[in-house]
Ligand binder design. Structure first.
Ligand code: GDP
Ligand code: MG
Length: 357
């Protein structure tokens, strides 16, 4: 068996301006990083004084299986191919939370024994730089030493004030694609992720990040669910499942070509999201449909206004303006999943606001 999946489907639809994304799982795993294949970020012109905040290779900074074993509570685990948009999604989520006037939020610095681990805070700083510089980050470093955890506490300032505490895990896409079975090898998940999945004291949210330029999204996710089926009995009852479509404007262009009957729709939202899933990631669509309605969500994830520029045959992308809308929608859902409560003003204050016009 080989993982050289045919890509003719995407090539037919992929007549957009940017260079194609990696074509096979094989090639992603062994040859490329997302940045080499996808559009390049704007080159940095000035020296970066914080250059090696993250990924300095110090294994003390890593989130280890032992740490995972000592955790309980809420965990968000993004899953997707290299360059699918996992880091961009996390960066946008925390930018939204930190800048919103609706919440009191703070990072929680985890301890190993008595030692504080600031790697999560360093990662948060690195993410902030995506927006300061308007550049997407390069691929997340590979390997167990590069795994990071970030713990946060968010308290709504209005309405009901239940505090939400949750953690996110940042893994490189290259480490995740090893879940795809190949002849002669055992499909593997990073140990930390497997440990989290297995712990019943952890409430897990899997976030599947789909990038419209990548043909193998469905292959990766299907292999993840095969692994879960054989290793975690309870997952479909207890895990929350979110499907995010990164770069939804591009996804809509692809859909218009594949399904001309959708051309009247100018936004990837509502029913169109499911049509997109069914067309481009049919197995993921089937898994999604079988999930408990109370524990599933599908959402476009647009970071904002993006400028694309061609130079010397390369495509460069720059984030011109952050748009918090999708991050806000997604956080509302996260809050509800983990606390069981609805974010936003209570009914009584809504009525008062309505009375006040
Ligand atoms: N999430 C997201 N990604 C976008 C969007 N527009 C363009 N991108 C591209 O998606 C890539 C995502 O990279 P990154 O977040 O580092 O992917 P990761 O490897 O999964 O962490 C960037 O290189 C951009 O080219 C958007 O609206 N949302
Ligand atoms: Mg990343």
């Amino acid at each position: 068996m080989s993982n050289n999946i045919s890509t003719s489907r995407t090539q037919k639809t992929g007549t957009h301006a940017t260079k194609p994304w990696p074509q096979t799982v094989e090639s992603i795993e062994y040859k490329h990083t997302a940045m080499e294949n996808g559009p390049k970020s704007e080159p940095s012109l000035t020296h970066d004084p914080f250059g090696d905040l993250v990924g300095s290779g110090s294994s003390d900074a890593a989130f280890t299986p032992e740490d995972a074993h000592n955790r309980k509570g809420n965990f968000i685990i993004p899953f997707g191919l290299p360059g699918s948009g996992k880091t961009t999604f996390l960066a946008s989520l925390f930018k939204y939370i930190d800048e919103s006037e609706k919440f009191d939020s703070r990072i929680v610095i985890p301890k190993r024994g008595k030692v504080l681990n600031y790697a999560g805070q360093a990662m948060l700083n690195q993410w902030q730089k995506i927006f300061n510089a308007g550049r997407f980050l390069g691929a997340t470093p590979v390997g167990a030493d590069a795994l990071r955890e970030l713990a946060y506490e968010v308290t709504p300032l209005r309405g009901q004030k239940t505090r939400l505490r949750f953690n996110v895990v940042e893994v490189s896409g290259e480490d995740l694609v090893r879940i795809v079975a190949k002849e002669g090898g055992k499909p593997r998940l990073p140990d930390v992720i497997a440990t989290l999945f297995k712990k019943s004291s952890i409430r897990t949210m899997i976030v599947l990040v789909i990038h419209p330029n990548q043909p193998d999204n469905d292959l990766l996710f299907n292999n993840l669910f095969i692994w879960l089926n054989s290793n975690i009995g309870h997952y479909s009852r207890t895990f929350s499942l979110a499907v995010l479509i990164a770069n939804p404007d591009l996804a809509l262009q692809h859909l218009h070509k594949r399904r001309p009957d959708t051309q009247g729709y100018t936004r990837l939202s509502g029913n169109i999201l499911k049509i997109y899933l069914k067309e481009f990631t049919p197995k993921t669509h089937a898994i999604y449909q079988s999930w408990s309605k109370k524990k599933r969500a599908i959402l476009p994830f647009r970071v904002g206004e993006i400028e694309t520029r061609q130079e010397n045959g390369e495509t460069y992308e720059r984030i011109l303006r952050f748009d918090p809308q999708n991050a806000a929608q997604f956080f509302t859902w996260i809050y509800r999943q983990f606390t069981g409560r609805k974010l936003g003003p209570r009914l009584i204050s809504r009525v008062i606001r309505w009375l006040n016009g």
